[in-house]
Design a protein around this ligand. Sequence first.
Ligand SMILES: Cc1cc2nc3c(=O)[nH]c(=O)nc-3n(C[C@H](O)[C@H](O)[C@H](O)COP(=O)(O)OP(=O)(O)OC[C@H]3O[C@@H](n4cnc5c(N)ncnc54)[C@H](O)[C@@H]3O)c2cc1C
Ligand code: SF4
Length: 338
Amino acid sequence: MTPFQYARANDVADAIRQIAADPAAKFIAGGTNLIDLMKYDVEHPARLVDISHLPLRDVEETSSGGLRIGALVPNSDLAYHPLIEQRYPLIASAILAGASQQLRNMASTGGNLVQRTRCFYFYDAVTPCNKRQPGSGCSAINGVNRINAILGTSEACIATHPSDMCVALAALEAIVHVAGPAGARTIAFSDFHRLPGNTPQRDTNLEPDEIITAIELPPKGFGTNYSYLKIRDRLSYAFALVSVAAALELEGDTIKEARLAVGGVAHKPWRVAAAEAALRGQRADAGAFAQAAALVLRGAKGYGHNSFKIGLARRAIVRTLSQAARGTPQSQSVKKIR
Ligand SMILES: Cc1cc2nc3c(=O)[nH]c(=O)nc-3n(C[C@H](O)[C@H](O)[C@H](O)COP(=O)(O)OP(=O)(O)OC[C@H]3O[C@@H](n4cnc5c(N)ncnc54)[C@H](O)[C@@H]3O)c2cc1C
Ligand code: SF4
C-alpha cells in the first residue's frame, strides 16, 4: 500500500486552501472511484482532503426558475428528489441506469463528473497508457477496444467518459459552479469535459486546485417528451456501450426544440448542434430521427472490436428519439428501489 495522509476540510475555503497547498493532494467525496484507482495502483495521492462533510447537499430553486444542486448531493437522493422527478426526469432516468443502489447512495454529484474512464488498460498499471502515464503509448488502439470511443478520438487516446448522469446534464445544458484560489466561476457543461487530443491525462477543464460546488439546471426540463436509453453488456451494474439522452418540445407532431447527447462513444458526452438544428421544425418521425443520427455520427471511426458501436449508436439514437416523441421514456420498466 502507498501511504497517504488524510484530512477533513472544515468548509469550502479550507478545502481550497488544503488542495492548493499540496499538488499531490486530491479531494475525496463518496470515494467510489478514487479508492478503486488507489487500490489498482493508478492514482497515488499523497494526501486525501475529505470534502464529504461540507454543506453542499441542498437542491434549491434558483431565481431564474432552474435548480441548483449541491456537489455533495448523493446520486440516489438526486434521482428521487421530487423536483428532479417532476421537472427533470431525464436526469433521474440517467442516474438510475448507472451503477447499483449502494454505489448511488455513496456517489456524489460532483464526483460523478470527475470519475475517470473505464478503459481496461487505464486500470492495468503494467500496460502502456497515455492517460495514466503520458508518453507511454495507447494499448487500446490496437488492443481490446470494445468499450472505447468512436468519436473525437486522437492518436494518443480513444477512451470514453463513463458517466450516465453527465449525458443527461449535457443534453439539458447544465452549468458547473466551481471555486478555487482565484475565486468562483462557472463552466458550461459542454466545456467541462475535454477531448483527449495530445493531453489525454487531462479529463476536464477543472483546475487541480478547484472544487465543484454545485450544478445548475436551466429552467427547461423537458419533463414530457424525454428518454434515456442505455445499451450495455449486462442489464444492470455495467457501464454504457452506447447511451442516448433525448429531449423534445413538440407542437402537435412538429419538433419545436430538440436536445440530443450520446454517451459511451467519446471522451465527453457527445452533442452535435447541427443534428439538433436539423430536428427543429421537422415532423417527429423516423426519417427525421435517422437524419439526426447520421449527423451525430458524422466522422465516426471504429478501431476493430468497437466498430459495431457505429451502427448501434445510430439505431439507439432513432429509438430514443422515438420513445421521447411518443412520451414513453423507458425501454424497459424501471422498478424503484428506495
Ligand atoms: C462497480 C461500479 C459501477 C459503476 N457503474 C456506473 C455506471 O453504470 N454509470 C455511472 O455513471 N457511473 C458508474 N459508476 C461510477 C460512479 O458513479 C462514480 O464512481 C461516482 O459517481 C463518483 O462519485 P464519488 O463521490 O464517489 O467520487 P470520488 O471517488 O470520491 O471522487 C472521484 C474523483 O472526483 C474528484 N472529486 C469528487 N468530488 C469533487 C468535487 N466536489 N470537486 C472536485 N473534484 C471532486 C475526486 O478528487 C476524484 O478525483 C460505477 C462505479 C463502480 C465502482
Ligand atoms: S484509450 Fe486512453 S485510457 Fe485507454 S489505453 Fe489508450 S491512452 Fe490509456
